[in-house]
Design a protein around this ligand. Structure first.
Ligand code: 2NL
Length: 344
């Protein structure tokens, strides 16, 4: 009896492998598990068997029936899946697609890093409008009407309804106008602020220039603020940002809103000061401009330059990730190429 149950099961399962449609599956079910099937006949005929055989044969028949039912179910879902993939539908057996996790843009990360350093040195972070008035962007910063920076070749002027020559609205060319607004509003030093943000210059684009870039400007005004405070603060910034072993150099420079003015450079990391392609053979990389706030700027916001002094600086942000990661074209940061951006 056991022998013939096994034969029956093997035959049924072999036949099931060839079943490839819902109809064929139903015919198979009727043939092997239906009312007129061999198996059902055996179970029906149990009553005619002697009592001692009845139990054993009944149990075997039930095991085979359960196995066939399970095989039927398995084949049924196999067929359903195969049909879905063929129809171009969802294949539920595929592993899920991973979630795309976003991250901060490398320039944003550097802006945050710079802000954090100055924040830890006691500076507050302040932000301001990108559309400004020429009064804040130029006049208040000791940049007179005839200054070339005001030229339409360098500034994006905004149509504010006035005739072209009489417009007062522009896209800020630096974040200093917000520092002016801050001083004008709070009047009483001490102030220690940094203003990060986007700035705009009407310039030709190349590997190191874009019409939009980021700046972090800083300002400290109090009684007895000296050039030593400027040097100490910016030196500490350079140590924290670039590491403790890079030399720092200050040289004279000119900006209308400071007197005296300086530029700060750090030792080139590629050649350690010897001179190479990265630093244009000078051994140094300029990273910011700074100086003692011009007395006219303080007077303009109602602060007496005989009582208070201050220092200010401006960092061109994009230069820093370019130096740190060896990026040779500023445009790469803003071309939305994820292959580039994912590296950071
Ligand atoms: C540069 C140079 C600089 C300042 C920015 C400043 C702001 C106020 C008063 C005085 Cl409210 N100065 N800012 C000073 C010196 C240089 O930026 O080349 N930045 C990329």
């Amino acid at each position: 009896m056991t022998e013939s149950f096994n034969t029956l099961k093997q035959k049924a399962l072999t036949e099931l492998q060839g079943v490839d449609s819902a109809e064929a599956l139903e015919s198979w079910r009727v043939a092997w598990l239906g009312k007129k099937s061999e198996l059902t006949a055996v179970l029906r005929g149990l009553g005619t068997l002697p009592v001692e055989e009845r139990k054993a044969v009944g149990a075997q028949a039930n095991v085979v029936r359960e196995e066939l039912e399970a095989a039927l179910e398995a084949r049924e879902s196999e067929l359903a899946n195969a049909q879905m993939s063929m129809a171009g539908d969802i294949d539920i057996t595929l592993p899920g697609r991973p979630w795309l996790a976003g991250r901060l843009h490398p320039v944003t990360r550097i802006v945050n890093e710079i802000s954090d350093i100055f924040s830890s040195l006691g500076f507050s972070i302040v932000e301001g409008p990108e559309v400004e008035l020429d009064r804040y962007n130029f006049d208040a910063l000791n940049i007179p009407k005839e200054h070339p920076a005001r030229d339409t070749m360098q500034t994006f002027w905004v149509d504010d309804g006035a005739p072209k020559e009489a417009r007062h609205t522009l896209l800020r060319t630096h974040t200093s106008p917000m520092q002016v607004r801050f001083m004008e509003k709070y009047k009483e030093p001490p102030f220690r602020i940094v203003v990060p943000g986007r700035v705009y210059r009407y310039e030709a684009t190349d590997a190191s220039h874009l019409p939009m870039f980021n700046q972090v400007e800083g300002l400290m005004v109090d009684k007895d603020v000296s050039f030593a405070d400027l040097k100490g603060t910016l030196y500490e910034f350079a140590r924290r940002f670039f590491g403790p072993n890079r030399k720092v150099r200050f040289r004279c420079d000119f900006f209308p809103f400071v007197e005296p003015g300086v530029e700060m450079a750090i030792e080139c990391a590629s050649c350690r000061g010897a001179g190479c392609r990265v630093c244009g053979n000078s051994g140094w990389l300029e990273i910011l401009g700074a100086g003692m706030v011009h007395p006219n700027v303080l007077k303009g916001v109602g602060i007496d330059p005989e009582i208070y002094t201050g220092f200010a600086f401006g960092i061109g942000v994009e230069r820093l990730p370019m130096l740190r990661y060896g990026v040779d074209d500023i445009r790469l940061f803003y071309s939305n190429d994820l292959r580039f951006l994912r590296q950071f």
